[in-house]
Design a binder for this molecule. Structure first.
Ligand SMILES: [Fe+2]
Ligand SMILES: [Fe+2]
Length: 371
């Protein structure tokens, strides 16, 4: 038998008022606020030009010293709609980092997983040391610093290095799982060069035991990735991605990191790909070449060194210019797949191509101001 107070002169308005006072919300009134009919990106696509960013980084090179006062000399690509989060997409933040000739950046570790992509390097003894293993950074090499791996940087050459960082800290912060620990002195026993590649590749020490790191601490040389892409240049390729290769985790054969997949892509001379969209956000770095990407009807023209972000559920299609172009990209697709939330669809109308309504203006400062 039901009990309780029944108000003879009750009204819906009164009920809503009483629910609010009891910290309850009527689903019938608010459902559209918390269950949208399709994925909604609350931020825009954006592009950062290498030739605008580099002078700022060089000024930071004169003003900032990487020691305990400035853990890293890096500058985040902050989406103008995500300023409170210092992030590029809702889950990924990228940055450019400068380590000048002779400099070191001290060891630390964090729950955030990260990668480096050596955008501008003359090679030599410039490296990130991860869990005691030196990973050399030649131009366009990919270096992994997985979650909770100790890492420090050293540039023992006489030339500066600039790399792209990509981190999953916006996702980690959303999940309230951020942990950071600074390191002092030698935080890990040194390992020989190539230790991880040997252990996870074709050779290992007999009786040496299994590889003990939770995630591989690897370097993926560009010379190998580029050769792998070029060997596939005669393939038909995917209508949306052309020739696209993922950097895999050799322990699991899965994505690069649990939360992030790193990829390199070859767009052939004049290649015009078709539009698709997915419940993943992707950040691109232009390794070489020039072309354009249409994102939700907006044209983004890019060239070497530029970084641009494709938000979640945004239609996007790449058009290459003359000659081969190579793109490096980082996507949160693995995180979405692990959560059972990954979806993807191809644009069916207009032969799979969007109509272009606007072009992204290179004067981002003015545009940012208007927004
Ligand atoms: Fe770090
Ligand atoms: Fe795509």
């Amino acid at each position: 038998m039901m009990t309780g107070t029944h108000l003879s002169n009750d009204s819906l308005e009164q009920l809503h008022e009483d629910l609010a006072a009891a910290n309850m919300a009527p689903t019938w009134k608010y459902i559209a606020d918390f269950v949208s009919k399709e994925p909604k990106a609350t931020y825009r696509p954006w592009l950062w030009r290498w030739n605008e960013i580099l002078p700022l980084l060089q000024r930071a090179g004169d003003l900032i010293t990487p020691d305990r006062g400035a853990e890293r000399r890096s500058m985040e690509h902050v989406n103008p709609d995500l300023k409170p989060y210092y992030s590029t997409s809702h889950t990924i933040a990228t940055a450019v980092q400068l380590v000048k000739a002779g400099e070191r950046a001290p060891a630390h570790r964090h729950a955030t997983g990260a990668i480096r992509f050596a955008a501008s390097s003359k090679g030599g003894r410039v490296y990130t040391k991860v869990q005691g293993e030196r990973l050399m950074m030649e131009e366009n090499d990919l270096i992994l610093t997985p979650s909770w791996a100790w890492h420090e940087h050293a540039n023992e050459t006489d030339h500066d290095i600039v790399w792209l960082d990509a981190l999953d800290f916006p996702l980690v912060n959303l999940l309230k799982t951020s942990i950071f620990e600074p390191g002092e002195g030698a935080v890990c026993a040194d390992k020989p060069d190539n230790y991880t590649r040997d252990a996870l590749g074709l050779y290992r020490t007999v009786g040496g035991g299994d590889y003990s790191e939770a995630q591989p601490t690897l370097r993926y040389p560009w010379v190998e990735m580029r050769a792998a892409l070029d060997r596939r240049s005669g393939d038909k390729g995917c209508p949306h991605d052309g020739i696209l290769l993922e950097y895999i985790n050799p322990l699991s054969s899965g994505p690069t990191l649990p939360t992030l997949s790193c990829r390199a892509q070859l767009l052939r001379d004049g290649e015009r790909l078709k539009a698709h969209r997915a419940t993943a956000s992707t950040i691109y770095y232009v390794i070489a070449g020039s072309g354009s990407t249409v994102i939700d009807g907006q044209l983004f023209e890019w060239q070497k060194g530029d970084v641009f972000v494709v938000p979640i559920w945004a239609w996007h299609e790449h058009h290459n210019g003359t000659g081969d172009a190579y793109l490096f990209s980082i996507t949160d697709q693995p995180a979405m797949e692990r959560l059972g939330l990954y979806r993807e669809e191809a644009l069916q109308e207009s032969g799979g191509h969007q109509s272009v309504s606007t072009s992204f203006r290179s004067d981002s400062r003015e545009r940012n101001h208007e927004a």
